[in-house]
Design a protein around this ligand. Structure first.
Ligand code: 5GP
Ligand code: MN
Length: 347
């Protein structure tokens, strides 16, 4: 059961009303839930609490998720990679920093590292395993019973006097962002769906949120190259091992050949789980001096354990991620297959 106590809501709103300058942070390479929860909160703070805030992202938003941020006031967003000077100044002068959809500041990369030293009051709103609570003054964290940070935030907002339990009193742009975030983290209701997830969806639709419009943006606006790359990766780059572990390697050459942009391989890692005897699916994407790693598992198998143990990462039991550093974890990219053979033999 989600526990959003009255005391925590009071403490949260007191911090908001006492703060002149509020900064919102989320994880690096933001996904739909990261952006959905962050921009929903920004809209709520502005429209329902009369408080402006600045969103600081470590890197740019993928085109496919631009519909979430473009509905918000983009003048309020700073991207660290583009303007670290103003971004760090905003963090230094903040008196409240709210971190969404990540278990600790480290997942926000540079802006998060910068925020740790800040004297601002810090709040966490998250749904990952093992939150680093000591970094925060106030923590809303549920890992077992919510689908997403967007779902947890929905119940936080609903419990405020501004919404008073009525979804229709949450600003429309915030409702849309929350629905988009929850939809992406559940893979459109395919996983991590709880009774509260369905209640949220039902209440948002009843309040007028247009789910079809959101689904159109999320799933019907890809570029053709995504599908060409998907065909190639599934036929030429998927290895299914006897131990029920499958992996796909997306090397730099494949990324260039299909002109793959950020977010365009989203969801492909789930596909091998459709094979009867596959229990864990891993996708490794070459990215400069590292491979970015995505892991998905069937119930009874832990993607999180594998991410923590072998890929410098973590996440959730059935969906986790991390990184494998070339020159540190493996000597060079030729060693990747033998590293995977070791992971598979020990799993
Ligand atoms: P994805 O594979 O979609 O990038 O990530 C799957 C899940 O694992 C998401 O909830 C994501 O936030 C989490 N995750 C991805 N990478 C990391 C990581 O390096 N550390 C932790 N703690 N979680 C991660
Ligand atoms: Mn999330």
């Amino acid at each position: 059961m989600i526990t959003v106590t009255e005391e925590k809501i009071k403490a949260f709103l007191a911090m908001v009303s006492e703060s002149e300058s509020i900064v919102l942070l989320t994880h690096f390479r933001p996904d739909g839930d990261a952006l959905g929860s962050t921009y929903a909160l920004r809209t709520f703070l502005k429209d329902a609490c009369g408080r402006d805030s600045i969103v600081i992202l470590s890197s740019l938003v993928p085109d496919s998720l631009g519909f979430i941020t473009s509905a918000a006031d983009l003048g309020s967003t700073l991207v660290w990679d583009d303007d670290s000077e103003n971004a760090s100044r905003a963090i230094d002068s903040a008196d409240m920093i709210i971190c969404l959809d990540c278990a600790h500041f480290g997942r926000c990369e540079a802006p998060g590292e910068h925020a740790i030293a800040s004297h601002a009051r810090k709040v966490l709103i998250d749904h990952h395993l093992n939150p680093e609570s000591s970094q925060f003054d106030l923590v809303f964290s549920e890992s077992e019973c919510v689908s997403s940070a967007s779902e947890l935030l929905y119940y936080v907002l609903l419990a405020t006097p501004q919404a008073a339990g009525d979804a229709a009193r949450i600003p429309a742009a915030a409702r849309r962002a929350l629905m988009a975030g929850m939809t992406t983290d559940t893979n459109n209701f395919a996983n991590s769906v709880h009774p509260t997830t369905l209640r949220m969806a039902s209440e948002l639709i009843a309040a007028g949120t247009d789910r079809d419009e959101i689904l159109g943006h999320l799933y019907n606006e890809y570029r053709e190259n995504r599908f060409r790359a998907m065909g190639f990766l599934l036929s030429e780059r998927l290895t299914v091992t006897g131990k029920g572990i499958a992996y796909i390697i997306v090397d730099q050459e494949t990324r260039s050949r299909f002109d793959l942009r950020e977010g365009e391989t989203e969801g492909i890692v789930n596909m091998p789980l459709g094979i009867g005897n596959v229990k864990i699916s891993i996708m490794l994407t070459e990215d400069g001096d590292k491979y970015r790693v995505s892991i998905r598992s069937k119930r009874g198998w832990s993607a999180n354990n594998m991410a923590v143990r072998y890929f410098n990462g973590g996440g959730h039991e059935q969906a986790a991620g991390g990184r494998l550093y070339i020159g540190k974890d493996i000597a060079d990219s030729c060693e990747l297959e033998s590293y995977l053979a070791k992971v598979i033999s020990e799993s």
